[in-house]
Design a protein. Structure first.
Length: 301
């Protein structure tokens, strides 16, 4: 599913349809947009791979163009090539042979703000969780529409989104629901995600909801989900994971009625804000545990 979305985003992002296809120059531009992903690759090997793959792919297209089917075939090979480079680089790291130059190209080093295009989002999320940090995505993908491309991605991803801005409006502005009712709805999404392995996505929009002081509850929506990803990972159903009954936050949250024997190993938590990179910290600092989150600015390309 993620690969299909990557293909659609890359091809459709060029505003080309199936009939017109991509030209070589446009393909080269797309490759440059993925520079953070292929920084691991050998500088001489990458152009040779692209040239060879272009010639192979265009055999199924009209002269000089790649249609979407052929582009998909090429793109799968491109991503596989990148992964091969990463594995080779990791082998060098494990052997103590990595150069400082390669380390400088790694976009996921350090605790500062990471800059990633949407095509690299999953890699950034995995790197954040590997560090035991909850990702905070600073959404810079807006194209002027009502929803941003990143928000649209999550709307169709199958993950469970918690619309925190809407919750504030329903509870504190329009008073259509009580706080307990909204938290109960969120708890249902959380428990389902823990059972089936979805990601829970806190959608903050351009609001600063009171996540620490109001919209959290040990029995409905524990604040630890945002504050301590290491605690979240303690109960994930993989080798070495602990029984959720033996961990304080999950023991308070879950009951036998939730019918969870083991928390799914793919369960994780993400937060997304539309606030600009230069203001989000001051606006969210009181209600989000910014010091224990990995800040990731997401762009369209």
């Amino acid at each position: 599913m993620l690969l299909q979305l990557k293909v659609q985003t890359a091809f459709c992002g060029s505003k080309k349809d199936e009939e017109s296809g991509l030209q070589k120059l446009e393909l080269d531009s797309l490759i440059r947009a993925h520079h953070v992903e292929y920084a691991f690759c050998d500088e001489a090997e990458l152009p040779a791979f692209v040239a060879r793959s272009w010639e192979d792919a265009r055999r199924g297209s009209r002269a000089g163009l790649l249609n979407q089917d052929c582009f998909s075939t090429w793109y799968v090979g491109f991503l596989a090539f990148i992964e091969k480079c990463k594995r080779a680089q990791q082998q060098q790291v494990d052997a103590g042979l990595a150069s400082d130059a390669h380390s400088l190209h790694n976009p996921f080093v350090g605790d500062g703000l990471w800059m990633v295009p949407m095509a690299s989002l999953q890699d950034a999320l995995e790197a954040s969780w590997a560090k035991g940090r909850t990702p905070l995505l600073i959404d810079s993908t807006s194209d002027g529409g009502e929803s941003t491309p990143l928000e649209t991605y999550y709307a169709y991803s199958g993950d469970r989104c918690l619309d925190m801005k809407r919750a504030v409006v329903e509870v504190d502005v329009k008073k259509e629901k009580t706080l307990d009712e909204v938290l109960a709805e969120m708890r249902a999404k959380l428990v389902l995600s823990m059972r089936r392995g979805y990601h829970v996505v806190y959608m903050l929009g351009n609001a600063a909801p009171r996540l620490r002081s109001r919209f959290s509850s040990a029995r409905h929506l524990p604040f630890v989900l945002l504050a301590d990803n290491g605690e979240v990972q303690r109960v994930l159903g993989r080798e070495g994971g602990e029984d959720w009954r033996h961990v304080e936050w999950s023991r308070e949250l879950l009951t036998a009625a939730d019918q969870i024997v083991t928390v799914h190993r793919d369960f994780q938590v993400v937060a997304v804000t539309r606030f600009p990179p230069d203001t989000y910290e001051s606006l969210l600092g009181k209600e989000l545990p910014l010091a224990t989150m990995q800040h990731i600015r997401v762009t369209r390309t």
